[in-house]
Design a protein around this ligand. Structure first.
Ligand SMILES: Nc1ncnc2c1ncn2[C@@H]1O[C@H](COP(=O)(O)OP(=O)(O)OP(=O)(O)O)[C@@H](O)[C@H]1O
Ligand SMILES: [Mg+2]
Length: 233
């Protein structure tokens, strides 16, 4: 079953159209990778799903209902969370305060959830009281993901979580994403790093705001032409 569907999404900024009719099917409980070169429209697509940018045509369906243009805070309440590519933590706040910020839409007791997140990212536990701005790139990404997890989302939209990380940390971050998925979180993983295909079930490639390819992650990983054209191989 699809938890999230994009049907012919046209969207952009003012008069600049970036996505020219993109369609995606995100099945419940899966990791879907969305790959494409710089400027392909990947971030614009996540912003459009999350309601930061309104599509001028097409629909975003969540569990079959049209949610196109719903504002971000309502998306979070529905169970969709977004970890942006940049500016995804509050550098002057401590690690713990960052997680608390993630709970701002929750009216119930979220303290237990915070402890679960510290268990899930143990390296953050030792840095609870450090300011987030002092963290390494890898730990910042974990904190940003942790903050989104504070509301127990059903769907997590991740924008290039591996960018700028050393290879060992890239492996670690993809492993944690896979572990989250095992706990039942559906993930849309935007990446330029083709290694994302190892973590994903299915993948889409977009370029120039259009769908270029889709298939099982394995199919795309083994397809030489796709590797050469879109994945920098
Ligand atoms: N806020 C904005 N206002 C106007 N144009 C924008 C804005 N953000 C992005 N663009 C343009 O939209 C196009 C797609 O950008 P987008 O950020 O969605 O690409 P991307 O696939 O995420 O690239 P990257 O891999 O570099 O993050 C680019 O031409 C970009 O210059
Ligand atoms: Mg981007």
């Amino acid at each position: 079953m699809s938890i999230l569907q994009l049907e012919n999404i046209v969207s952009g900024y003012g008069s600049m159209e970036v996505l020219h009719g993109v369609s995606l099917n995100i099945e419940d409980g899966k990791i879907i990778a969305l790959l494409g070169p710089n400027g392909a429209g990947k971030t614009t697509l996540l912003r459009t799903i999350f309601g930061v940018v309104k599509p001028t045509q097409g629909q975003v369906l969540f569990k079959g209902s049209d949610i196109s243009g719903t504002p971000p805070e309502k998306m979070t309440k529905k169970g969709i969370c977004y970890v942006p590519q940049e500016g995804n933590i509050f550098p002057t706040l401590t690690v713990q305060e960052n997680l608390e910020m993630g709970a701002f839409t929750r009216e119930d007791d979220w303290r237990l959830r915070m402890e679960e997140i510290f268990e899930f990212f143990p390296s953050l536990t030792d840095r609870r009281k450090s300011s987030a701005g002092e963290l390494s790139g890898g730990m910042r990404q974990m904190l940003a993901i942790g903050r989104a997890l504070m509301v127990n989302p059903e769907v997590l939209l991740l924008d290039e979580p591996s960018t700028g990380l050393a290879p060992v940390l890239v492996d670690h971050i993809f492993e944690r994403i896979a572990a989250l998925n095992k706990q039942g979180v559906t993930v849309l993983l935007v990446e330029q790093n083709a290694q994302a295909l190892s973590a994903a079930d299915k993948a889409y490639i977009i370029e120039g705001g259009e769908n270029k390819a889709e298939g099982s992650a394995e199919e795309l990983r083994n397809n030489e032409e796709i590797g050469r054209l879109y994945l920098g191989r």
